[in-house]
Ligand binder design. Structure first.
Ligand SMILES: [Zn+2]
Length: 295
């Protein structure tokens, strides 16, 4: 049961989004800046995302007629700009995902603002528009980043885990939507094996690793909720895994009443419902704590 379900458009029972974070090889450069250029294997593993997986993913979306959201660090926008152009030409959304996948909790104060603004400027230059949404690298959004998002007119954030469905984050400076994530819908735990950046996960068989996602969907569908995957082209865009996702998409679109949309459209829908006075989302006031928590 979801206490306050959102009425979805056209009689859909559930809104769905498959969101890809195109981190490419930014991960190895930010974690091993002194010698990443010597590390060809992790660089190639990351480059697989924009060069091999994204054309495959875009082909599926084109064939099924769905538009989705991608989150891309500014450095990747710049280094893979022709891929970004294709994503935008096909009508998908690109959101802000840091400059070079720096962890916001490691880059506070002026450093955080500069990295955020550098990514924002790069986004405007490469994509020709301002991003409307943001997802923090490793989900580590900070109160300062929330303030930067509000200051720069973002309409949503997608890194927190405080609800099953979209809700509102409110600060003294303004508000924006939160499109909540969760590790159960993220492909890092079942598929990431990346010793150089500290992850030694047992890689699951494609069907086994993806199975948890479909169970998450079933529960959201039954409750009239919102189902979102947070996945990576260099993990879930690999041949055998994407083949399963593709089959799931085909079956789900054919047999269920679902609304696949980019996150900015989902937020736009909820905002319209609020403007019409027919829906009131739950509101979380931030920050949760104003200083170190006394224990
Ligand atoms: Zn990422």
């Amino acid at each position: 049961m979801i206490e306050n379900p959102i009425p979805w458009p056209n009689g859909a029972q559930c809104a769905c989004a498959i969101t890809f974070d195109i981190d490419a090889d930014s991960l190895i450069h930010v974690s091993r800046p002194n010698d990443s250029y010597q590390r060809l294997y992790p660089t190639s593993m990351g480059r697989y995302g924009p060069t091999v997986a994204i054309p495959r993913i875009l082909e599926t979306y084109r064939r099924l007629g769905i538009k989705q959201s991608f989150f891309v660090p500014g450095w990747c926008l710049e280094n893979y700009s022709s891929v970004m152009e294709k994503i935008l030409l096909e009508g998908h959304e690109i959101g802000h995902h840091g400059w070079i996948h720096e962890d916001p909790t490691n880059t506070l104060g002026q450093v955080q603002r500069e990295a955020f603004e550098k990514a924002l400027e790069t986004h405007k230059r490469i994509c020709g528009v301002s991003p409307r949404g943001y997802r923090a690298p490793v989900y580590n959004v900070t109160p300062q980043v929330i303030d930067l998002l509000i200051e720069n007119g973002f309409i949503y954030e997608s890194s927190l885990m405080g609800d099953d469905i979209p809700y509102v984050l409110k600060t003294d400076g303004g508000q924006l939507f939160e499109i909540p994530v969760h590790w159960g819908c993220d492909d890092w735990p079942p598929f990431a094996h990346y010793e150089e950046i500290g992850y030694m996960m047992p890689v699951r068989a494609p069907s086994e690793g993806l199975k948890g996602f479909w169970e998450e969907f079933d529960a959201q569908y039954e409750a009239g909720g919102f189902f979102m995957l947070i996945v990576h082209p260099f993990l879930t865009g690999r041949l055998a895994r994407w083949r399963i996702v593709e089959q799931w998409l085909e079956e789900t679109i054919a047999s269920k009443r679902v609304w696949f949309a980019p996150l900015d459209e989902i937020v736009g829908h909820v905002q319209r419902l609020m403007d019409e006075g027919v829906y009131n989302p739950r509101v979380d006031k931030l920050p949760y704590y104003s200083g170190p928590v006394e224990i």
